[in-house]
Ligand binder design. Structure first.
Ligand code: ADP
Ligand code: MG
Length: 261
C-alpha cells in the first residue's frame, strides 16, 4: 500500500534521508520511531506528496507519487488523512463545521450527506453532543478528537499520524491512542504513526521501524524490537519506555477547557 524506495533528501548541506526503504502493507499500522530531528516528519511528508525526494521513489497504492499531476495527485490526497501535532482547528468554526470542512471544501456532497458523515465520525471519536462547541470552549483532548474526526471524515485509506499526542497530558494521550486503535479496527486504514509513547503504540501497531541518522536501522514487530541486540535500538527503546512512568505527574482530567491551539 505504501512503498518507499531508497529515499534521499537533503536540505542545503544537511543530509536528512540517506536511502530510506520501507513498506507498509494494506491494513497495517507502522510505528515510525527514532530520535528528534532524524527525519520522521520528512518521511511522512514524502508519503503525502508534500516533499519531493532528491532521489528514490514513493508508491502509494502502486502509484508513483511524484509522477502524479493535478487531478491524479488530488485523487491520491483524497485518500490520505493526516493528524499532526499542530493540527489546529479553525477557532471561528464549531466542532461540526471544523469536521465538515474537508467535505465542503473538497467534495460535492450535499448538506444532508455531509451531516450524516459528520455525525457518524463524531460518534466514532466519542464527541456526540459537542457539535456546537467552539475550540476555545473544549479541552485539549476534545480538540484532538475533533482533529482526528476531521482527518477521518473522508474515510481515508491511509492515515498519517505525526506525534498525535505530544503536548497532551499522559492520561489524555493514552485515550487518544486507544481511540486510534479502535477507529483502525472499525475502518481498517493503512497507517504510519510517529510517536514517542512506545508502550502504548506498541499495542496498536503491527510493525515498528526505527529511523536513525537518515537510515532505517530496524524493522520488525513490537515483540522483535524489544529483544533487538542492536545497541542503538536497545538504548532508544529502553529510554523511551522509561519515559511514561517517570513522567507521571499530577494531571487534570480530560475535560479542562483549554485555549485555542
Ligand atoms: N523544509 C525544511 N527545510 C530545511 N530543513 C528541514 C526542513 N524540514 C526538515 N528539515 C530538517 O530535517 C531534519 C529532520 O527533520 P524532521 O523530519 O522534522 O525530524 P523529526 O524526526 O523530529 O520529525 C531536521 O534537522 C530539520 O531541521
Ligand atoms: Mg517530527
Amino acid at each position: 500500500m505504501i512503498q518507499m524506495e531508497n529515499l534521499h533528501k537533503s536540505f542545503q548541506d544537511l543530509e536528512v534521508l540517506k536511502g530510506v526503504s520501507l513498506q507498509v502493507e494494506k491494513g497495517e499500522i507502522l510505528a515510525l520511531i527514532g530520535g528528534s530531528g532524524h527525519g520522521k516528519t520528512v518521511i511522512l511528508k514524502h508519503v503525502a506528496g508534500l516533499m519531493k525526494p532528491d532521489r528514490g521513489r514513493v508508491y502509494v497504492n502502486g502509484k508513483d507519487v511524484y509522477k502524479l499531476r493535478g487531478d491524479e495527485l488530488e485523487q491520491l490526497r483524497s485518500h490520505l488523512g493526516f493528524l499532526f501535532q499542530s493540527g489546529a482547528l479553525f477557532s471561528s468554526l464549531n466542532v461540526f463545521d471544523n469536521v465538515a470542512f474537508p467535505l465542503r471544501e473538497k467534495t460535492r456532497l450535499g448538506e444532508r450527506e455531509i451531516r450524516e458523515k459528520v455525525i457518524n465520525v463524531l460518534e466514532q471519536v466519542g464527541l456526540s453532543g459537542a457539535e456546537d462547541k467552539y475550540p476555545a470552549q473544549i479541552s485539549g483532548g476534545m480538540i484532538k478528537r475533533t482533529a482526528l474526526a476531521r482527518s477521518l471524515v473522508r474515510n481515508p485509506e491511509i492515515m498519517l499520524f505525526d506525534e498525535p499526542t505530544t503536548g497532551l497530558d499522559p492520561v489524555i494521550a493514552h485515550i487518544i491512542l486507544d481511540l486510534i486503535k479502535s477507529v483502525h479496527k472499525d475502518l481498517g486504514f493503512t497507517g504510519i504513526i510517529v510517536s514517542h509513547e512506545l508502550s502504548r503504540v506498541f499495542q496498536i501497531v503491527q510493525k515498528v521501524a526505527m529511523l536513525h541518522e537518515g537510515l532505517i536501522l530496524f524493522v520488525g514487530t513490537p515483540e522483535e524490537i524489544m529483544v533487538s541486540r542492536d545497541p542503538v535500538v536497545r538504548q532508544f527503546v529502553t529510554e523511551a519506555l522509561r519515559i511514561p512512568s517517570s513522567a507521571m505527574r499530577s494531571f487534570d482530567r480530560e475535560e479542562k477547557p483549554r485555549g485555542k491551539e
